[in-house]
Design a protein around this ligand. Sequence first.
Ligand code: ZN
Ligand code: CU
Length: 485
Amino acid sequence: MSAKATLLKNASIVDGTGAPAWTGDLLLAGDTIIALALPGEIDQRLLQEHGNPQAIDCTGLVAAPGFIDVHTHDDAAALDKPDMLPKLSQGVTTVVVGNCGISLAPVVTDAPAAPLSLLGARQFRHATMAAYAQAVNAAQPGVNVAALLGHTALRMRHMSDLSQPANAGEREAMAAAMQEAMDAGALGLSSGVFYAEAYAADMEELVAVATVAARNGGVYATHIRDELAGILPALQEAAQTAKQSGLPLVLSHHKCAGPANWGRTQETLPLIEKMAKEQDISLDVYPYTAGSTVLREDLVDGIIDVLITGSQPHPEMVGRYIADIAREWSVSQQDACRRLMPGGACYFQMREDDVERVITHPLSMIGSDGLPHDERPHPRLWGAFPRVLACYWREKGLLRLEQAIHKMSGLSAMRFRLQGRGELKAGYAADVVLFDPKSVRDAATFEAPVQFSEGIEKVWVNGVLSYTAEGRATGDRAGRFLRRG
Ligand code: ZN
Ligand code: CU
């Protein structure tokens, strides 16, 4: 597939830096943005040099950097569902995989235990990050893939007893695997000490691995130990780990979960701001009041709604609420949960004012946290990015358009060290989304979660037109494994 030169004319250009929109033309050729200029002012010779490309009239449309989904679990999807339509159709051109401590590399198994099972069971065959990177390039997914190495995956590969902190030998083995991953271009380390399989990890263990990521210019993204009552000490622990290791910190899917915790972003955000004065801290967030993960009894409190997204023993219950299932079975909700396990669920554990505070916070960027292997996924998989535009920019007016785009592109590339991406700028990669600001919106809902978003007109990945609103995937997949820049 060849990337033809393309001229976008009269677009409203939102460049990803947060700078005000302006109307202009944009020339893409090969995999690169060649030039931006006021309407009609791109040098004629330059156009000739690139074979006088056909122009697309973009009047009334916004051209923005392709969105960067900084929080995904697309590790395996990039290999076995390489069209990556859930993401491409939102205008996403790059996904960061390996979040929450969960990555394919370096685990080799046919029967991954939770939480690794969130990635499905078929692709655990990459003993190194280099092997995973090669597999991504061989699959040539529809979007670019950049990867974190998961600490829980490291534990599963290198430790015999997950209920203990790593011993000296295990720490060494994990640090060596971290070095291999950084050499292969990984962005850094992720952890999910929230999950039982990593809960026993102590500071010494985390720092031993994180220090290796730090030495190589990596970042540290973490699903903190507690997003409920114990959130403040959990945030402090994450900051402490990053500080001791010398790493920039990304707090994953920041939220205050559970009714007893609602409203507490008024405490967490000031704490984060205070800590961010002394070290590099940012957040990612998805635009919904429900989270989603594996089925866990401790997350079923009998108060919040819990929607089943998958159940191995009871697939017939997928799409139903646990309260109804418990009533039907005449058991408690916790008992119902146990019977439905292993499986997944959406937990309506947040309140809208908290979500709004985090989304509008200057340190936050957008990450979907979508789960591509769920039978009936949380709608964030197909809708997170257009939803930020429709709901938080256009309807509620809580963000300026330029700010919203910045949180989906420029800021994300900066925080995750993705050089030459995330902005519309000459010399940068030609990852571009063209959308209709009047109609762009998510269509995926909890009832019908697999839905194309509206208003995403065209998406180019590395200069290749990969998605159009009329034809959906063009069939030309141009994603590649992105090394830390
Ligand atoms: Zn997580
Ligand atoms: Cu996650």
